[in-house]
Design a protein around this ligand. Structure first.
Ligand SMILES: Nc1ncnc2c1ncn2[C@@H]1O[C@H](COP(=O)(O)OP(=O)(O)OP(=O)(O)O)[C@@H](O)[C@H]1O
Length: 315
């Protein structure tokens, strides 16, 4: 699917500015379903930009629905009827999440029902930090009931099957298609799993924010394991190369490839970080093999998956 398709029906600003700038400046309509928090309101549409945070979006919803501000609220993203809810951090940007949804989920609707289960729910947070789920499932059932009846009568197409399962190695996918690959990567990305194997190749999707997966605990965890033993990680690649160097007594090479901004330099830093840690450990135990810094292949990569997913990928 092209980038244009992915944002079809959403982007309102057209002009001579570059596509990226247009996206940054565009106003999007985010539908927030308050459920039982505002009986009688199916959804509250608010306008937001790509940079609008969840906290700002909640503020707009509270203002429009005149909800009790003494309470604490969060936005939850759902992609499947009755499926898991992903709570957005206050600094997360709902529009950026929406841009990862398939095209059908973004199309404007004319009735009170929607053609997709992708949506944002407004949730109330309890004092202990847990989420208050009271009643909103019933509201959601009511909202989607009409749509379900129309599907049964053949007036609407049935929802597309959602790819279930989470494959840490794309070679393990039961069905090999671009959509299945991107769905799997997208599902993992939403769980903050930015690394995925394709056999011995590691795909990295740039999260553009720091994830706490590079601390000494992870360095230790990924020491001396075969590829695939643990959750995919850049440290696992460094570890395999380092131990292959020791065992085979031969040079090893790691090729890092991707488009500009995809994270090659950052990945190189993580590799060096892990190789240095392993090297220091080896030195301390009398193993004095020298680790030469990897050379980064600056050739254009096959595809920039981060950008692809951000554009709506396979939608
Ligand atoms: N693993 C990561 N975790 C968090 N942020 C990341 C990660 N990888 C990349 N980034 C973010 O993406 C930005 C761009 O990454 P980076 O500079 O590594 O790209 P690059 O592929 O080397 O780009 P170029 O080819 O233009 O030099 C970084 O400044 C960083 O903010």
């Amino acid at each position: 699917m092209s980038a244009r398709d992915a944002v079809g029906g959403l982007a309102v600003a057209m002009g001579t500015l570059g596509r990226r700038q247009r996206l940054e400046n565009s106003e999007f309509t985010v539908r927030v379903y308050p459920g039982a928090l505002a009986e009688g309101t199916i959804y509250c549409p608010i306008s937001a930009r790509k940079s609008t945070t969840a906290a700002e979006a909640i503020e707009r919803v509270l203002e429009r629905l005149r909800l009790d501000r003494a309470r604490c609220y969060v936005l939850a993203e759902v992609k499947e009827f009755g499926g898991e809810e992903w709570i957005l951090n206050p600094g997360d940007c709902p529009v950026q999440r929406m841009l990862l949804w398939p095209r059908g989920a973004l199309e404007p609707t004319t009735s009170s029902t929607t053609t997709s289960d992708y949506r944002f729910l407004l949730r109330q947070k309890n004092l202990d930090g847990s989420i208050h789920y009271g009643g909103s499932l019933q509201m959601w059932l009511r909202v989607t009931e009409e749509r379900r009846r129309m599907v049964e009568r053949g007036l609407l197409p049935p929802p597309r099957p959602v790819a279930h399962g989470d494959h840490a190695d794309l070679c393990g996918l039961p069905q090999l298609s671009e959509r299945a690959l991107l769905d799997n990567l997208r599902a993992r990305f939403h769980q903050e799993k930015i690394y995925t194997y394709v056999g011995s190749i590691l795909i990295v999707i740039n999260p553009f924010r720091f994830l706490p997966i590079y601390n000494p605990k992870y360095v230790k965890m990924y020491d001396d394991h075969s590829l695939g033993d643990l959750e995919p990680h850049i440290y696992a690649v460094a570890d395999v190369a380092y131990h292959a160097m020791l065992q085979r007594q031969s040079n090893q090479c790691i090729v890092i490839s991707g488009e500009s901004g995809s994270g090659k330099t950052q990945s190189t830093n993580f590799l060096i970080h892990h190789l240095t840690a392993l090297s220091q450990k080896g030195f301390a135990s009398g193993n004095q093999k020298q680790v030469r810094l990897p050379h980064v292949n600056e050739a254009p990569g096959p595809r920039n998956l981060s950008a692809e997913l951000a554009r709506g990928g396979s939608g």
